[in-house]
Ligand binder design. Sequence first.
Ligand code: FES
Length: 144
Amino acid sequence: MAGRYRLTSVETVESEGSWLFTARDQHGNDEEFFLVPCADEDRPPVEAWRNRCTHENQRLYREDVGAIVRDGGVVCPKHGSMFDSCSGYCDNGEAADTTLPGVEIDVDDGQVYLVDDDVTFLRAGPSRDDDDDGGPSSTSHLQL
Ligand code: FES
């Protein structure tokens, strides 16, 4: 069981615009998720989405800028598709008709908790095996 882990406060997510954390799934894979504010009054004030575009293996939250949140949507930095911050759904661009996978969170008294039994909280911030974010890759030449 994953338990109930306090991630951060709603105030922090709203002031920073997004908030990144890493969790481990049931197969032992470390996966990044990010919190974003949701302005829909019928939903919790914060939602949690996997930090991968559904079109290609592209991070939506990047360490240098966080997630690009505009007009209630999260914008993919690679091709510009926008995912609804509240539902995770995308109706435009290369990622059209897809929905970001999320994790279950709970908001209680202004605090955000991870309550998803399928993942275990590891740390705030990025995963450590993060060399696949589109940055320059290093090549080495072995000489035998
Ligand atoms: S990688 Fe996100 S829209 Fe293409």
